[in-house]
Design a binder for this molecule. Structure first.
Ligand code: GLN
Length: 490
């Protein structure tokens, strides 16, 4: 049975109905992870023994007539910055190489309680800093649509694993676009919830005021199920919102009365014509579903990248201070003094991009510069949020491209960090404003004879996660981009 063609909901149903078994589904995922997954460098490690044991347990539970959870037997993949007890949680960094998490993150545990079976840990940019996966200390993952290209980043391996049909669901983290941009580059769905909707307990912090655990899937109904299971208050994370789980939108795929805002700043002159065309076609599709399309303005969009790279690096410099050779992972003795050991450990353990950000973040927080940089960025962040608040007075969701281009080639942007940073221009604003946003498959662009996916982004007002997913589900029902598979998939 070709499990890889089913989404998680379909797979769990087939297992519950006895048409398949958890063991068969998990073994097949592991086999594909060892074959296709290795070729694309999707996984940093696999956990076959635990996964198969868990799958057999679920099959026994079914045979005994016990009730199964809604994800029973579904193989899932976990990003390398998420704690799963016993799994190597190294953040794709040398400083944490060999580090095994001593506990399981709340969001992983909630999926496991629903029957999901984590099979391994996916490749990523070191500490989630990057847009291409090329900052992984263990080498980059590849895009299943074209192996010379990036699957996007930082959740590179997770997106590639879902697009290549290895697992139906993978968890990523999105700080400035790290789930939406790889979803766009790989032709799959990627959803960043409202900040605080999903507990961060067990997510290794990069920029705490921006980080959100965010799922990838090939269908929107899978994302809705994962969000229902994973979201909701957690006493272990004081920044998780004191609310119950997300509620999904109505079953209907009509969007009558919904107002979709097209921000003119997201469609500047000079935007790749194929990307613009996909947005215009999507607006038409949404109209045919009953929505009304209106123009809106997000005037501070240009300030999002500088603001993001001040806020994110400031928080990263503080969060990464804990990797000092004393408590976790790598230790290099250096000159034998305590300070020398810390310096030598950090020098050997962190890659160039992480060091660049720690330096930048320390600078913007330093006395004398704090007000000019960090203080200023906080004000700009407020303005970005206000842009959205105003836009949402005249629309219910904002539509735009997820990324200015389709997947770029590996090596294309590594020489110039600024060009790499600019790739986040369309995803960073919703992160800074804390808003729910999804990237949905929205078309294809032909590049030297290769078809590359294009992603479209829908952004909603705070806590309207269900509305964003509902509109995405309606769009999915009216289009077929999401059901196309990379040639490698077969
Ligand atoms: N590309 C952005 C960065 O490098 C976003 C990363 C993320 O969302 N984790 O910071």
């Amino acid at each position: 049975m070709a499990h890889e063609r089913k989404d998680a909901v379909g797979l769990a149903r087939a297992i519950a109905a006895g048409e398949s078994s958890a063991e068969a589904a998990v073994s097949e995922a592991l086999e594909r992870a060892r074959g296709l997954g290795a070729r694309l460098a999707c996984f940093l490690s696999l956990e076959p023994d635990g996964a198969l044991a868990r799958a057999r347990e679920l099959d026994r539970a079914r045979a005994d007539g016990r009730a199964l959870g809604p994800l029973a037997g579904v193989p899932i993949a976990i990003k390398a910055n998420m704690a799963t007890e016993g799994f190597e949680t190294n953040c794709a960094s040398r400083i944490l190489a060999g580090y095994r998490a001593p506990y399981t993150a709340t969001f992983v545990q909630r999926l496991v309680d629903a029957g999901a079976v984590p099979i391994g840990v996916t490749n990523m940019d070191e500490f989630a800093m990057g847009s291409s996966g090329e900052n992984s200390a263990f080498g980059p993952a590849m895009n299943p649509w074209d192996e010379t290209r990036t699957p996007g980043g930082s959740s590179s391996g997770a997106a590639a694993a879902v697009a290549a049909g290895i697992v139906p669901i993978a968890l990523g983290s999105d700080t400035g676009g790290s789930v939406r941009q790889p979803a766009a580059f790989c032709g799959i769905q990627g959803f960043k919830p409202t900040y605080g909707r999903v507990s961060r307990y067990g997510l290794i912090a990069f920029a705490s005021s921006l980080d959100q655990v965010s799922p990838f899937a090939r269908t929107v109904r899978d994302l809705e199920l994962v969000m229902e299971l994973m979201s909701g208050a957690d006493p272990m994370d004081s920044s998780s919102l004191p609310m119950g789980p997300m509620r999904r939108g109505p079953d209907t795929v009509r969007l009558d009365g919904l107002r979709i805002g097209l921000p003119k700043e997201y469609l500047p002159d000079g935007l790749d014509g194929r990307v613009r065309g996909a947005v215009e076609a999507a607006a038409e599709t949404l109209r045919s579903l009953g929505a009304e399309v209106v123009e809106v303005s997000l005037p501070h969009t240009d300030a999002a990248i500088p603001c993001y790279y001040v806020v994110a690096t400031a928080e990263a410099s503080s969060n990464l201070a804990r990797f000092d050779g004393v408590r976790y992972g790598l230790r290099v003795d250096g000159d034998g003094s305590l300070a020398g050991m810390m310096a030598a450990t950090r020098e050997a353990g962190f890659g160039p991009e992480v060091k660049r950000r720690i330096l930048l973040g320390t600078y913007v927080l330093s006395s004398g510069y704090y007000d000019a940089w960090y203080g200023q960025a906080m004000k700009v962040r407020r303005l970005l949020r206000r842009d959205f608040d105003r836009a949402f007075e005249s629309c219910d969701l904002v539509l735009g491209p997820t990324s200015p281009t389709p997947a770029f080639t590996l090596g294309e942007k590594t020489a110039d960090p600024l060009t790499m940073y600019l790739n986040d221009i369309l995803t960073a604003p919703a992160s800074l404003a804390g808003l729910p946003a999804i990237s949905v498959p929205g078309g294809f662009a032909l590049e030297n004879g290769t078809r590359l996916p294009l992603g479209l982004q829908l952004v909603g007002p705070p806590l309207e996660d269900g509305r964003v997913l509902h509109a995405a589900r309606a769009f999915e029902s009216a289009t077929s981009f999401h059901s196309e598979r990379p040639p490698l998939f077969a």
